[in-house]
Ligand binder design. Sequence first.
Ligand code: SF4
Length: 305
Amino acid sequence: MSFLKKSPWIIHYDGSSCNGCDIEVLACLTPVYDVERFGIINTGNPKHADILLITGSINEQNREVVYNIYQQMPEPKVVVAIGICATSGGIFRECYNVMGGVDKVIPVDVYVPGCSARPEHIIDGVIAALKVLEERRKKILEIESGKEAIIIETAIPSDAEEILTLQKLSYQSEAELYNDFSLTPLKQTLDEMREDINKKLVLKAVIKGQIAGSVRAYLENETCLIQRLILHPLSRHLGIKTKLMGEIEKIFSHAKKYEVFAGNKSDRWIYFYKKLGYKIFKSAKVSEKRDRVYLEKNNLNSKLG
Ligand code: SF4
């Protein structure tokens, strides 16, 4: 951990657990395990924390809170889901107000299953989180120092296969969220992807020669319709999604407004778009299992009209 200037600090949030896992988290701090001897402090302030430990499942009441805590933590940050409830919803998974595990709202880096998760496993999870934190910090430093760059450029037909593979990987979590594996992005063929690249503007984000993210857009009735913003799970926290959105908005700076959509339960995406200034303006049912919300943002600099 050569990069660390201080010992990692954690913040613990109890989502909706039965307190079984929370007691085990606290046990890590008691004299038997005493992780504080390594300088690992349980801070109450997300702005001071490197690692977010969450117990309990995500429900309609806490999803906003979890997202807010996560947003307040500085980069780089790591999330550890403690216990089977935080991992997948556990025995509460089918409850009417339970959305599932923590990854329904924020990205999770380390899963510590168990009911309850034992202190030894929680400590192992924190150690695994430290490795992720180190990797992430290195990557950010490399990008900041110019050793590694995120290149945003227009995709060409020969990129179709790589983007399609990334798209299918990226949409897995959405399919799980809705228990619907018939999502169009998962069914798209290579020929259809080539057609998209030819007919729409498809951007790709490239790191070390590999496509880490992509987005596509086209103009319809003076509105720029932005779709399929995708990201490789290992390239989170590098600002790639924001860069791709910024670039596509710049390219379509002549549009009167921008429009995106997301599944009604896809909080991560809805929060992300709202942060960029988008507002929900309508919702619609797209299938038995899914509703969709549409968000828009006026382009104040539009030269159209
Ligand atoms: S995993 Fe078990 S012990 Fe932990 S919060 Fe859920 S029900 Fe409680």
